[in-house]
Design a protein around this ligand. Structure first.
Ligand code: GDP
Length: 367
């Protein structure tokens, strides 16, 4: 039957021919491609950092942490160019065993110093055991809830696992970049379980040790060396039922510190109690730290310690480079397991084995 639509007399709506369905891909997208990260030149990095651009700072830190030689080359140039802008900060090392309350404390400490002294704060970490993919235990943003959303703070987790020397060097270099970006307060956090304290101590102006009141035997298990490094010891969780125990622990620490020889700085390490969670005694800790800074700036120890640290890092870098170069030498890689076996079986003394390997390495260098 004829459709009424085709009749000239028909006054109704006309059905038009359809059109090709449009592409399901938005044609405008090709005009707005997803922006790929433009690679930056050394000058771009330095300009961005000096202007305080945190995105560029983050990217530069990523280069510092990279193991790729081409990244390292750029990173080293950026660091060198940032050096003239660096150094103008107060660097504080914060150490304590897991559970001592470091994250809780750093959150309140950070807010306190930014509130009282202004400026900008970078929180870095040294944790040689951390692997980011497994969830770094240090520097994790969610652990410092308030600070991580503060506009004047920059929190960076520990460089991922590697040799302690390598991890520490990267953190030390990151300090330079942060300072060039205008961060005038630097916290370097570490888990208080061993050698990483020495590394942190070698890059900060003040070393703060967070302790807990425990079973009454506070001084057991804390290494004398670590206590000797401390410019201040603070007993956390001095709240509620724990208050008296914290006070007792503090007096035990004070007594123990008396037995140590006077520190090189002329400063007598202080012992204080506080509660990071309830924000009690935090002001006193920072008054003490700033008092120390004024004291050592006045007597010249501040400069002296920083110079000594620069020297230390020069040797550390040399040692690390030589070690790396030795162990990555193809001949050494090929020989090492064999020599090790010979030593284990008693066919070769340790010294002869070491000498053989070193001779191989040095004669390789001469070629
Ligand atoms: P970290 O492992 O050293 O970083 O320690 P955290 O900051 O994660 O704290 C470990 C636990 O101790 C958490 O459950 C905190 O809530 C608790 N804590 C931290 N500071 C205090 C404090 O001042 N008083 C009390 N009572 N608990 C605290």
């Amino acid at each position: 039957m004829e459709h009424p639509e085709n009749d000239k007399a028909y006054k109704g709506l006309v059905v038009n021919a359809g059109i090709e369905p449009p592409s399901s891909v938005n044609p405008y997208l090709k005009n707005h491609p997803r922006r790929k990260k433009r690679s930056l030149s050394v000058a771009d990095y330095v300009d961005g950092i000096v202007k305080g651009d945190v995105t560029i700072l983050s990217r530069a830190v990523t280069l510092v942490e990279s193991v790729l030689p081409e990244h390292q080359t750029v990173a080293q140039e950026v660091i060198e160019k940032c050096l003239p802008y660096a150094g103008n900060s107060v660097r504080i090392g914060i150490s304590g065993v897991p559970g001592a309350g470091k994250s809780t404390s750093i959150d309140v400490f950070g807010l306190h110093v930014l509130g009282k002294y202004g400026g900008k704060l970078a929180v870095l970490a040294i944790d040689p055991s951390s692997e980011r993919s497994k969830g770094s235990i240090l520097g994790d943003k969610t652990r410092m809830e308030k600070l991580s959303v503060h506009p004047k703070s920059f929190i960076r987790p520990s460089p991922s696992a590697g040799s302690l020397g390598g991890v520490a060097r990267k953190t030390r270099e990151t300090i330079v970049l942060c300072e060039a970006a205008g961060f005038d307060k630097i916290f370097v956090e570490t888990v208080g379980v061993g050698q990483s304290e020495t590394a942190v101590h070698s890059m900060v102006d003040f070393f703060l040790l967070i302790q807990l009141a425990g079973t009454g035997d506070e001084l057991q298990g804390i290494k004398r060396g670590i206590m000797e490094m401390a410019d201040g010891i603070v007993i956390n969780k001095a709240d509620g039922d724990n208050l008296e125990r914290a006070k007792l622990a503090a007096s035990q620490f004070r007594n123990a510190l008396h037995l140590f020889p006077a520190s090189e700085s002329g400063w007598t390490p202080q012992v204080l109690t506080y509660s990071g969670f309830y924000n009690l005694g935090v002001k006193e800790i920072w008054d003490m730290i700033y008092q120390y800074i004024a004291f050592v700036k006045e007597n010249g120890y501040f400069e002296y310690r920083r110079n000594e640290q620069s020297k230390y890092w020069m040797y550390e870098t040399i040692n690390e480079y030589l070690r790396d170069n030795f162990y990555h030498n193809p001949h050494i890689e090929a020989l090492l397991a064999e020599k090790e076996q010979q030593v284990l079986r008693g066919n070769l003394t340790s010294f002869v084995a070491a000498k053989n390997l070193l001779d191989t390495y040095f004669s390789d260098l001469k070629r």
